[in-house]
Design a protein around this ligand. Structure first.
Ligand code: GDG
Length: 726
């Protein structure tokens, strides 16, 4: 396997100063611990911030040597930049906004500038370490500009990105002043991964609405590169959590806890102190449970493990006060001598103590208001080797999508949490076992290694797709050959689509008028008597006449309903009916009323409903509905309903560009034929071409064309080269 470069804000080792000396210690946290064994089994390098400032690192050369011996490359960052990047943009801007807390979000240009500087510092280190065949895997919201920065430095690099927190809905994401920079940064990757399909969907919607790239099956095309997105729900190191009974330290700890807890039932809550985790709501629900069920007094204890986090950020200080207050209130109100309902631990416990708690808790109460995944829920289920215990999980944690056998609640609904707690404490053992067995099987199968492997497989697959695509790209050398063949030919036919092929799409069809340069180029191509240029379009004949009527070109309007040979008159291929329009027009009108921004284009033999300017999601939904509705109306009218690029078109059956193209193809013995087009209507043209013809699709989707080019601009420069202008 090629070498793997993992890039994350923190290294899996942290440098700490103890008694004036620097030491390295393994970092805690899901990613570092989850991936450490996987990463060691591969030929890998980890790049990240080591936890101390640049000056200190410079002083202690042996620390650097130690990190390098663990294959860790530190990125050195000044203390001010750490402050504004990590404690600023990451924790005061991105974290609250991406977790749907816009009121907690601070927008500060200095934070943003530090974010850019830190991402550049990372890019420089990665570019210095990376070799051409390396796979680079960038993690999380601290480094969202990095994929683009790496792409600029190493255009061919294999870069994956995984976001560990939720990606917010468009309405929230758009609040960010630097939203486009973030999206552009991310689409620098080849593969962008999320915990759930919802987050991937939110991301694609923002990319569509802010950058204009449309997605098909999780794939977007950015310049000449495809970028894939997908959901990869992160797993845990199942073995590690399910081996509590083989760990003597965990066993001893479990006995110690049990002695202290007596025979009370245990409800367990484990989180970093964070406002996204819903800790106050959880405490209030527990208090209400005790209010309503006096029989639970002395019989149940809530073990509340809260790990200190981001202690210098205002909201976290306030939350700490709130939690302290609530715990005091509950213990004061409900506690008795010898029984304290909430056991409050405000610190981090060693791993064996945490697993001991998991293994003895009757209920795990995991109720975040929003959480990318939540590994605690998974770890609890894994640690219950006796298959007992009940998980209560909030629906807004990514983990809820995989752990459907848990009791799923809405974290803002206190009543629901109270009922869930009561139900969990009463749940028959057999039911607990049945639920946990299914979840355990799933968690064992899809563990952290499988998660990482699947991500890597998809990344390689994306690279393979890009390679296949690149094979079809009309290279500079092939373009030279094509231009040479054209110039030598004694009879050359050019079949050119217009919109999306010679000019980019415009929001309003009328705005896509050809510029003077394009008209001059087309004229030059028609000058040689041996050449025949035909514009094959879906547009109406009046527009084509107005724009191209004076050039010596052939014209095809309305996808082939009308044709006009050079210097000739417009002809229809056959007698076509158009009375059906009276029936269909009012239907489309009602869709215009229901879809703001959409409009109807009327052509002689077709009607088109455009939704390019409507809200994209609404447009797609309405297009589906329209197609369904039209299929009933058009059944007996010999019509076809076609879906194009943000249009739905109704036209007479049997008309297509291929049929129209044949009128020219079969009219003469050509020794050079070239067809260029960008969408499915042009596929009919590609399909009727004789084998030696050149065919080029603009864009990189599947096509019958032999070659592809990235954009209308590239098609025009090819034509300019053929005309001898380059
Ligand atoms: C982010 C996303 C996503 C907790 N207390 C102790 C302790 N822990 C460990 C747990 C778990 C980890 O910390 C916490 O992971 P979470 O997933 O619950 O939450 P975040 O830290 O917010 O992580 C989250 C995750 O990234 C992965 O993608 O799931 O949504 O926010 O592993 O066991 N470990 C020890 N002592 C403690 O006291 N040793």
């Amino acid at each position: 396997m090629d070498r793997m470069l993992i890039v994350s804000n923190r290294l899996p080792f942290t440098v700490q100063e103890r008694k004036g000396e620097l030491q390295i210690e393994p970092s805690v946290g899901g990613l570092a611990t989850g991936l450490s064994s996987w990463y060691k089994s591969l030929n890998s390098v980890w790049i990240g911030w080591p936890g101390i400032g640049r000056k200190k690192m410079k002083r202690e050369k042996d620390i650097l040597a130690k990190l390098l011996s663990e294959n860790c490359h530190p990125v050195s960052i000044s203390q001010q930049d750490v402050e504004a990047h990590y404690n600023g943009l990451c924790n005061r801007t991105i974290w609250p906004l991406f977790h749907h807390f816009p009121l907690y979000t601070e927008y500060d240009e200095h934070f943003w500038q530090a974010y850019e500087r830190v991402n550049i510092a990372f890019a420089n280190v990665v570019a210095g370490v990376a070799k051409p065949d390396d796979m680079i895997w960038v993690h999380d919201y601290h480094l969202m500009l990095l994929p683009k920065l790496l792409r600029e430095r190493m255009p061919k690099a294999t870069v994956g990105f995984f976001l560990h927190i939720p990606f917010p809905s468009f309405e929230i994401f758009r609040l960010l002043p630097w939203r486009n920079q973030i999206l552009e940064g991310l689409v620098g990757a080849d593969l962008v991964g999320f915990h759930t399909y919802d987050y991937a969907g939110h991301f694609l919607e923002s990319v569509h609405r802010l950058l204009g790239h449309e997605a098909a099956m999780g794939q977007i095309t950015v310049a000449d590169r495809i970028v894939r997105t997908d959901a990869f729900p992160m797993g845990i190191n199942y073995e590690r959590y399910s081996s509590v009974d083989r760990d003597p330290r965990a066993q001893a700890e479990r006995k110690r806890f049990r002695r202290k807890l007596g025979d009370c039932r245990v409800i367990l809550s484990v989180d970093r102190l964070d406002y996204t985790k819903g800790i106050p709501q959880r405490l209030e629900a527990f208090s209400a449970l005790l209010d309503r069920n006096p029989s639970l007094k002395r019989r149940v204890i809530l073990v509340l493990l809260v790990v200190p986090s981001r202690i210098r950020v205002e909201q976290y200080m306030q939350l700490k006060k709130q939690v302290d207050g609530l715990v005091g209130e509950i213990n004061g109100k409900h506690g008795t001598i010898g029984w304290m309902p909430v056991w409050y631990l405000y610190r981090s416990l060693p791993f064996h103590s945490l697993t001991a708690l998991y293994s003895l808790a009757d209920v795990a109460l995991v109720t975040p208001l929003r959480d990318g995944m939540n590994l605690v829920a998974k770890e609890y289920v894994a640690a219950r080797i006796d298959e007992k215990g009940v998980l209560i999980l909030s629906e807004t944690a990514g983990a809820a999508q995989e752990l459907g056998e848990a009791i799923i609640i809405n974290a803002n609904n206190r009543e629901e949490i109270v009922q869930a707690l009561a139900r969990a404490l009463e749940m028959p053992e057999q039911e607990q076992i049945e639920r946990n067995r299914v979840m355990q099987k799933r968690l064992r199968r899809y563990d952290v290694v499988r998660w990482a492997d699947e991500f890597m497989d998809k990344l390689l697959y994306t690279k393979e797709l890009q390679r296949q695509m690149a094979e079809k790209v009309l290279t500079d050398e092939m373009q030279r050959r094509l231009a040479g063949d054209f110039q030598k030919s004694t009879g050359a036919l050019l079949l050119l689509d217009y919109d999306g092929t010679l000019v980019p799409f415009s929001p309003k069809p009328a705005d896509a008028m050809p510029g003077a340069d394009l008209l001059r180029l087309l004229e030059r191509l028609t000058k040689r008597p041996a050449n025949e240029v035909v514009l094959i379009s879906g547009r109406d004949k009046e527009t084509l006449d107005k724009w191209f009527g004076d050039l010596g070109v052939g014209l095809v309007a309305e996808h082939g309903a009308w044709t006009r040979k050079r210097g000739g008159e417009w002809e229809t291929i056959e007698t076509l009916a158009s009375e059906w329009k009276n029936e269909v027009y009012p239907i489309l009108e009602s869709w215009v009323d229901r879809t703001p921004g959409s409009f109807i284009e009327e052509k002689e033999f077709s009607l088109v409903w455009h939704y390019r300017r409507a809200n994209p999601k609404l447009g797609e939904l309405r297009a589906r509905e329209l197609i369904n509705s039209l299929s009933n109306t058009t059944a007996n009218l010999n019509l076809q309903v076609l879906e194009g690029s943000q249009v739905v078109e109704v036209k007479n059956a049997g008309i297509n560009k291929g049929r129209a193209a044949l009128r020219w193809i079969s009219g003469q013995d050509w020794d050079f034929i070239l067809a260029i087009g960008d969408d499915w209507t042009d596929e009919d043209t590609f399909q009727v071409l004789p084998p030696p013809a050149w065919s080029i699709k603009i864009g990189f989707g599947a096509s019958a064309a032999r070659f592809s080019l990235g954009s209308p601009g590239e098609a025009v420069s090819l034509l300019a080269r053929m005309a001898g202008e380059r």
